[in-house]
Design a protein around this ligand. Structure first.
Ligand SMILES: Cc1ncc(C[n+]2csc(CCOP(=O)(O)OP(=O)(O)O)c2C)c(N)n1
Ligand code: SF4
Ligand SMILES: [Mg+2]
Length: 248
């Protein structure tokens, strides 16, 4: 019988037990990223720059180089690293809080520079790691640890649509929002993640993929209910689409 390494390749580290909660979207995204790296044969060149949040453990489950950036600063770390080592395939793996709250300036300026980088934002609409507080992407009316009566957009602002904010930037060459609510959506998401890496391999410019996923613990729901919530509440607002594809 084939060993796990023979079946799944070198990138996915199956020796490590995951820290993700049952039903957490990070598990699926981490797996997809590892599969893309393996299939593109870039494991030796890839470096993951993780943010602070539950996805900050994603590099534990891949046998690749990694840097743990300070909260919100992954995109700036990536810019610096790529300038020093243009031969490397540099990608960020961050949550919605990391990318779009404390890190929104870093994210937008990195995108606007148009350097060949791959940035992955895993949006579960809460600060998962710290106990499910409101993040910039929390939906209108969504109850969180800090919006106990639901987010009131009249004074707390509206959920940020990060890819839409990048759309007009000429240096952004691949831009997509994907989700993981069904096998079909997962396969589509993998295509976009792969293109976001290919965009960098070909030296075309900045690539960004937002992944819409559930955080059952932050939502205080069992996994299946959290997936219903993903379908019924998150997807209608955060509509999956490929905004830009200049990779072909
Ligand atoms: C400078 C700084 N401020 C605040 C924190 C506390 N903190 C840790 S993780 C986190 C938010 C994580 O949320 P997100 O990026 O959405 O990731 P998730 O856990 O939901 O995947 C915060 C605010 C920190 N570590 N450093
Ligand atoms: S708290 Fe949420 S984001 Fe963090 S591991 Fe658990 S389900 Fe995933
Ligand atoms: Mg989050």
């Amino acid at each position: 019988m084939a060993s796990l390494k023979e079946r799944y390749g070198q990138t996915l580290n199956l020796d490590k037990l995951t820290s993700y909660c049952p039903g957490c979207g990070h598990g699926v995204v981490t797996r997809l990223v590892a599969e893309c790296i393996e299939e593109l044969d870039i494991r030796e060149r890839a470096i993951s720059i993780v943010g602070i949040g539950c996805g900050g453990f994603s590099h534990h489950y891949m046998d690749i180089d990694a840097i743990e950036a300070t909260h919100g600063r992954s995109a700036s770390f990536a810019v610096g690293y790529k300038l020093a080592r243009p031969d490397r395939i540099v990608f960020t793996y961050q949550g919605d809080g990391d990318t779009s709250a404390i890190g929104i300036g870093d994210t937008m300026h990195a995108a606007n520079k148009g350097m060949p980088l791959t940035c992955i934002m895993v949006n579960n609409t809460v600060f998962g790691m710290t106990g499910g507080q409101m993040s910039p992407t929390t939906l209108e009316g969504q109850v969180t640890a800090t919006t106990v009566n639901g987010r009131d957009c009249s004074w707390q602002g509206y959920p940020l649509l990060v890819p839409e904010m990048m759309r007009a930037m000429p240096g952004v060459k691949f831009l997509a929002r994907e989700t993981i609510g069904s096998p079909k959506q997962i396969l589509h998401a993998k295509k976009s993640l792969k293109k976001a890496f290919e965009c960098q391999i070909k030296g075309l410019g900045f690539a960004f993929v937002e992944m819409i996923v559930p955080c059952p613990t932050g939502l205080k729901m069992p996994p299946l209910k959290a997936y219903d919530w993903l379908r019924d509440r998150m997807i209608p607002y955060f509509q999956p689409q490929v905004f830009k594809d200049e990779v072909e």
